[in-house]
Design a protein around this ligand. Structure first.
Ligand code: PMP
Length: 288
């Protein structure tokens, strides 16, 4: 049996969840989306994701044809209909059906679809051993192009960096901005630890304002760890004591090598482990 997908205001069978070839989401990557997790049957940080989705839409002048409240309940219904207890949700809004020109204003209505499924996490082994990454030559979008805070359906910038990673037989690449400062990984935010202090690039360096990033900063502060948002260079990554990424899909994952430079003793570091554990507990906690 296939999934139940939310499309056009109702749940339909996966086989019937179809989008027109004239949808500008497909023709131009014109749309916005969110990736959201379900832990123990609870949708993690749904309101933060809804807020980011509406903000992304506002920036690209896309009207989401549904109130935040109704969209929230549509996400909940989709999770229930698919009996998702631990899973992943894809919530997307495309510009809708238009013509072959770029003009977004000829499109009828924004189209909303929601997929809720069981997640394919990175293999457990990768968390234990840690992950290797490379520096991508592809720069993160310049803030004066599409602002990197917008989670748009056009991920080509990040996909080019991901291809560089895969060409080098590693799963992830670190992207830098036009000034040479660290921005983020292709689908995750970057953190390092140096002399017991945690550093992460500010959002203005060209990152998505990650929801996992914010949760991890909060958890680190609860552990009385110092967190500093500051521009980081490739040098900082090469000589750090610990290195980890955060994101909805990856949660907290240790990095053990970048561009052939081994980080620390080549294993995920102690602070990384504490934060990964604390994040797990926080995500799986019973209360809201
Ligand atoms: N940066 C990019 C480019 C991403 O796609 C993601 C994940 N969607 C993140 C960072 C991490 O953000 P979040 O913790 O909200 O998933």
């Amino acid at each position: 049996m296939g999934l139940k997908i939310w499309l056009d205001g109702k749940l339909v069978d996966e086989a019937d969840a179809k989008i027109s070839v004239f949808d500008h989401g497909l023709l131009y990557g014109d749309g916005v989306f969110e990736g959201i997790r379900v832990y123990n049957g609870r949708i993690f940080k749904l309101q933060a994701h809804i807020k980011r989705l509406y903000e992304s839409a506002k920036v690209i002048r896309l009207v989401i044809p549904m109130s935040k409240q109704k969209l929230t309940s549509a996400v909940e219904k989709t999770v229930e209909a698919n009996d998702v207890v631990d899973g992943y949700i894809r919530l997307a809004v495309t510009r809708g059906i238009g013509t072959l020109g770029l003009n977004p204003f000829v499109c009828e209505n924004g189209k909303i679809f929601i997929i809720a499924d069981n997640i394919q996490l990175y293999p457990e082994e990768l968390y234990e051993k840690g992950m290797k990454v490379i520096s991508a030559t592809t720069l993160r979008n310049h803030p004066l192009t599409l602002p990197p805070q917008v989670k748009s359906m056009n991920y080509l910038n990040n996909i080019l960096a991901k291809i560089e990673a895969l060409d080098n037989n590693v799963p992830e690449a670190i992207m830098y901005n036009h000034e040479g400062y660290v921005a983020e990984a292709t689908g995750d935010n970057v953190f390092i630890v140096k002399n017991s202090c945690i550093f992460t690039p500010p959002v203005e360096a060209g990152t998505l304002d990650g929801i996992t990033r914010a949760a991890v900063i909060k958890l680190a502060k609860e552990e009385k760890l110092e967190v500093v948002e500051k521009n980081l260079t490739r040098f900082d990554l090469y000589v750090c004591d610990e290195f980890f990424l955060t994101g909805t899909a990856a949660e907290v994952i240790g990095i053990i090598e970048i561009d052939g430079r081994v980080i620390g003793d080549g294993k995920p570091g102690p602070i990384t482990k504490v934060l990964r554990n604390n994040f797990f507990k926080y995500a799986h906690r019973k209360e809201k």
